[in-house]
Design a binder for this molecule. Structure first.
Ligand code: UD1
Length: 341
């Protein structure tokens, strides 16, 4: 089983929680991150949570020399690849940057892995690649119909990885298509800290809760959903992290590519989410109804039977815990990682 894991984007939201989990399970961890949407302080917190050190290398994934230097210096057994740009709206304004960073970063990484004989990778993919669908729950067999450059870049990366595996029969790759990860580490030390104005609904609502933002704009109230607002499958970041650890543990079993959804199968509308977070914070969070956000779809809910059948993975945290943990982190860190607790 892999013992030293390179985590790209390890200072980010899902990356930092994954690093803590890996350290706690005796993996050695090397992080590469350019801190473009994260902070080195996150890695300090990871080490505090886990009680063990990790190695961090500040670098851009497009910097081939920097990646080569990491593989030369450290004996890497497997890679978990999170580093990417991930704001859907932004991806529609600067598509080439998204392809450059997400696709270019991934091909660079695969090249570097091949040059250094590293054959195992877990890739952070996204449910957004499914796009608009009439199905209540989406399985991995659903035909991808990405509706924006971010989603398309993730789908392309999956295909690039598949082609790399075909060429290199020793390689083993697992792509995990997450639905909407939210929540935070129960210690209150790790959570989601976006740089600048949050794009995603939970970080935005958390800043409303601490008075840094006035109210949430609910993007779209005329969708074909029970209350007219968009429905998503919110999944606790700890369950997503557990999926990554399971993936690492199963990389040895099969060569080639495997693909799994990570979601709960439970759909929650934006208004239901506002209500659940309001309950967690103990006060109603203000919102207003607004126009739809370009690139959004009405409903995305996972069918995660495949990963359950393969590895027994099941989400163990419900929406209430996701909201409680997100709020605990926000309360303890109202200004993110930089300000004193
Ligand atoms: C999307 C992707 C997800 C990806 C993530 C990365 C989809 C379905 N999912 O999540 O795979 O990993 O981006 O950023 O494409 N909303 C508001 N007001 C806001 C912000 C959001 O009403 O200020 C609504 C959105 O319209 C959406 C829901 O809240 O219906 C969730 O939005 P968000 O948290 O941004 O995640 P997705 O766009 O679903």
């Amino acid at each position: 089983m892999p013992r030293t894991v390179l985590v790209t984007g390890g200072a980010g939201y899902i990356g930092s929680h994954t690093c803590a989990e890996l350290l706690e399970h005796d993996y050695d961890v090397v992080v590469v991150d350019d801190y473009s949407n994260s902070s080195p302080a996150a890695l300090g917190r990871v080490q505090e949570v886990a009680g063990r050190p990790l190695i961090s290398v500040p670098a851009d994934m497009r910097d081939r020399r920097a990646l080569d230097a990491i593989f030369e210096k450290h004996s890497i057994d497997a890679v978990i690849h999170f580093a990417a740009k991930k704001a859907i709206g932004e991806s529609m304004n600067i598509p080439l940057v998204y392809y450059d960073v997400n696709l270019g970063g991934t091909t660079n990484l695969l090249h570097s892995m091949q040059r250094h004989g590293v054959q195992k990778i877990v890739f952070s993919s996204s449910c957004s690649i499914y796009g608009e669908s009439s199905r209540a729950r989406l399985s991995e067999d659903e035909e991808p119909r990405p509706t924006n450059p971010y989603a398309r870049s993730k789908w392309m990366c999956e295909q690039v990885i598949r082609d790399a595996c075909k060429r290199c029969p020793e390689m083993s790759a697992i792509s995990l298509r997450y639905f909407n990860p939210i929540g935070a580490h129960p210690s209150g030390l790790l959570g989601e800290v976006p740089a600048g104005l949050p794009n995603n609904v939970v970080p935005y609502l958390m800043q409303v809760a601490v008075g840094r933002l006035k109210r949430l704009s609910v993007f779209g109230s005329d969708y074909d959903t029970p209350d007219g607002t968009a429905v998503r499958d919110y999944v606790h970041v700890l369950d997503v992290v557990a999926g990554h650890r399971a993936a690492l543990e199963h990389l040895d079993e099969e060569t080639g590519t495997q693909l799994f959804n990570l979601g709960t199968g439970v759909g929650t509308s934006v208004l239901q989410l506002v209500a659940a977070l309001s309950e967690a914070c103990g006060r109603p969070l203000p919102y207003e109804l607004a126009d739809r956000r370009p690139g959004d779809v009405a409903t995305l809910v996972a069918d995660s039977d495949r990963i359950h059948r393969a590895w027994g993975w099941r989400p163990v945290h419900g929406l209430k815990e996701m909201c409680r943990d997100a709020w605990r982190f926000q309360r303890m860190n109202p200004r993110g990682y930089t300000a004193p607790r």
